[in-house]
Design a protein around this ligand. Sequence first.
Ligand SMILES: Cc1cc2nc3c(=O)[nH]c(=O)nc-3n(C[C@H](O)[C@H](O)[C@H](O)COP(=O)(O)OP(=O)(O)OC[C@H]3O[C@@H](n4cnc5c(N)ncnc54)[C@H](O)[C@@H]3O)c2cc1C
Length: 299
Amino acid sequence: MTDQPRGVDADYSLARLTTVRTGGAADFFARADSAERLAELLRWADAEQLEVGVVGSGSNLLVADGGFRGLVLKLEDKLATIERDGDRLMCGGGARLPKAAARAAAFGLSGLEFGVNIPGTVGGAVKMNANAYGGELSRVLEWVEVAGPDGASRRRPDQLGFAYRRSNLGSREVVSRVSFALAPADPAGVKATLAQMRTRRRAAQPSGIKTFGSTFKNPDDARAKGRTAGQLLEAAGCRGLTVGGARFSEKHANFVENTGSASTADVLRLMEEGRRRVRERFGVELEAEVQVLGEVGGG
Ligand SMILES: Cc1cc2nc3c(=O)[nH]c(=O)nc-3n(C[C@H](O)[C@H](O)[C@H](O)COP(=O)(O)OP(=O)(O)OC[C@H]3O[C@@H](n4cnc5c(N)ncnc54)[C@H](O)[C@@H]3O)c2cc1C
């Protein structure tokens, strides 16, 4: 047994750390406020052979109702800073992406505008290869610092195995710091672009609901005939479909909404029904975009 580091909470409820607000507790939970503290926690988890999970903003995360058998980490303070270094923006892995986009605009730096409507952290965005409006994360990413039980190392975008909403980061690898190489621009122009993007987003997606954004990836399948996951779900009659406290949004069929008392099991059953309908109607197999933390049966 290795001594448990200070500030590790046992049986910590995770639902509040996710935007959909469902799911159970982690056996252990800790906040990492510096690189040294993160290293200490990762070494402890390794010595105790604990699984490791990271929660960013929890905006693409579904926690199993039975919780997570292991240590869940959340990055903050020194691991959530946003600083300018010339034409670069240096961010901690726990920094919020919309805030980073706004800060870049204020500094007169362009390239991160696409992040303004992605309600996740910089680390979560790297893990998920997050994107919007054709903006490509890998185009502005210079390097990523990845912490693991054996220490931290830097990776370039071409070493991160980026594909559609995917990277090669393993479960014990934590994005602790990121450098974005941006281009100088007129701050007023960049801010105007952000404002336009926010307006566009408000028109297209529901707001003020408990959701994790897109549930399924857009399929790469000829039978989809170019339709998005949302369009296929809508055509298969899923808009407004409800299981327990979970519902496919009336405004955007690829968004699952927690109407108040949903469990993760409700969400997973709803997703399975959506997947079944799209499979039967179009022969297209939808793949989940949302990440699951913990063990779920079937789903
Ligand atoms: C309303 C809404 C709109 C959205 N719009 C978009 C969009 O336009 N484009 C898009 O791509 N996504 C979108 N999303 C999904 C989500 O915001 C992104 O996937 C985001 O990048 C997730 O970041 P997060 O910090 O919330 O990660 P979490 O949801 O907390 O975690 C997601 C995954 O990343 C891992 N992770 C988190 N932080 C780290 C870290 N520091 N190091 C290593 N792994 C980490 C987690 O372990 C988990 O596997 C939307 C979500 C919502 C709710």
